[in-house]
Design a protein. Structure first.
Length: 430
């Protein structure tokens, strides 16, 4: 094959240091000779101009190359061919541990295979281990100094002695399982999250080799959190499993949940984010009974003093110490009960908690343990009256009296003394 540049002088072909061939530059008047022996393979030759740089494949057998003195052997370095001999690979990050028990089996397996292979120095391993753990795990090993030769072994023994407790790990997995919340009907994203949480606890117990702790009671608990159509479907599936599986049905139950998750995963992709369909009427009633007080309290701000004009963070006195609050009636639109409800205060001690959670058992002198003494209606404060008025006007009843009876002064027979006589019938009898 003949090159397109057979008639071009050789010095025009090699015009920049970017060429990948070693050629001796000669003057135009130097006569050309036959080329030396070259590899018949095509080699790239760079043709550069001030504004452009192009590469052409030229057959060296058809291009006259000046032969002046010994010709160097062509050598192609990796850099000249566009390759970098120093390839840098990103170092693999070490695993981290939050201190949660359910993450320990996975962290332990990865750390042993990755960290102990990458670091042969025990001091470096101890330093990296301290940096990689958080929470309770960090508190367990923070007393060990990494400068000690045996620091890494001591740290690892402390972690294993705490997290290798199978009973505590199983208990933590079961607690996570029972924290799962119910899923409304048609909430496909919520259903996927529920199955993921169940699978997490299931995998942890499987890693610990204690799947047998999951009984029919746990299956029934999770079943009640599912939408109604899945409850019915699982009942049908449970009826068809073997007798041995009915004793420990969590494995077939987990397979059932995985299948349902796969079935609704495509639908969940098109469900708007954050959307939660309302519960059916029978489920809304259940949610109302269980979580009404908690949801209501979270929507109101608590203040130390319930009096409307004193609801400020700068107020230092409490509701029970407030003089203005003490003057208010117990009930009514502007009464004490209504003001306490507005800030969700406890009726027993006026604290920031529910009355059911109040540690004060008998706050009122009347013996009732359900209200504060300022909310007591059975015994109201008496009117402030002077002693003379109480002695002279003994016939005047108080507000809690039921009737009025006259009192008369009379003499005692056979004595010079006089006494006050109380007449229940309203008449003085002789």
């Amino acid at each position: 094959m003949t090159s397109l540049y057979n008639n071009v002088p050789p010095q025009n072909l090699v015009s920049s240091p970017e060429t990948t061939m070693y050629l001796n530059s000669v003057s135009p008047s130097t006569p050309t000779t036959s080329p030396s022996t070259w590899n018949p393979l095509q080699v790239p030759v760079t043709y550069s101009t001030p504004n452009a740089s192009e590469t052409y494949l030229v057959n060296p057998s058809t291009v006259p190359i000046p032969s002046v003195g010994p010709q160097p052997t062509p050598h192609h370095s990796p850099n000249s061919l566009g390759f970098n001999s120093r390839v840098q690979v990103k170092k693999m990050a070490l695993p981290t541990f939050s201190g949660n028990r359910k993450e320990w089996p996975e962290f332990k397996a990865i750390w042993k295979s990755v960290a102990e292979t990458a670091y042969q120095n025990k001091a470096a391993l101890a330093h990296e281990l301290r940096r990689s753990v958080k929470g309770e795990a960090s508190r367990r090993i923070r007393s060990v100094y990494v400068t000690k030769p045996e620091a890494y072994n001591v740290m690892w023994q402390k972690l294993e002695s705490f997290y290798e407790d199978v009973g505590a790990s199983v208990q933590a997995a079961l607690e996570d399982l029972h924290k799962i919340k119910a899923v409304p009907t048609d909430d496909y994203k919520g259903l996927i999250e529920l199955v993921d949480e169940v699978e997490s606890a299931y995998s942890q117990l499987e890693e610990l080799g204690n799947l047998n702790v999951l009984t029919l009671r746990d299956v029934d608990f999770i079943t009640e959190l599912l939408p109604c159509y899945l409850k019915v479907e699982w009942r049908r599936r449970y009826r068809d499993i073997t007798a041995s599986e009915k004793i420990h049905p969590f494995i077939p139950f987990m397979h059932f949940l995985e299948g349902e998750r796969e079935a609704v995963s495509r639908i969940a992709e098109y469900q708007p984010k954050g959307r939660r369909n309302e519960f059916p009427k029978y489920e809304r009633r259940k949610q109302h009974v269980q979580g009404y007080h908690a949801g209501k309290q979270s929507s109101k701000k608590y203040y130390k003093c319930a009096y409307p004009s004193h609801r400020k963070d700068s107020i230092s006195h409490t509701t029970s110490e407030c003089k203005e609050f003490q003057k208010l009636p117990v009930s009514g639109k502007e009464g004490k009960y209504e003001l306490l409800k507005q800030i969700d205060a406890c009726f027993k001690c006026f604290g920031n908690h529910r009355r059911q959670d109040c540690p004060k058992k008998v706050p009122c002198p009347c013996g009732s343990g359900e209200h504060h003494q300022l909310l007591c209606e059975s015994k109201r404060p008496e009117d402030n009256k002077s002693t003379d008025f109480a002695q002279k006007e003994t016939h005047v009843s108080r507000s809690d009296s039921l009737s009025l009876y006259p009192i008369y002064q009379t003499a005692v027979c056979g004595s010079n003394k006089t006494v006050s006589v109380f007449c229940p019938t309203g008449q003085l009898k002789e």
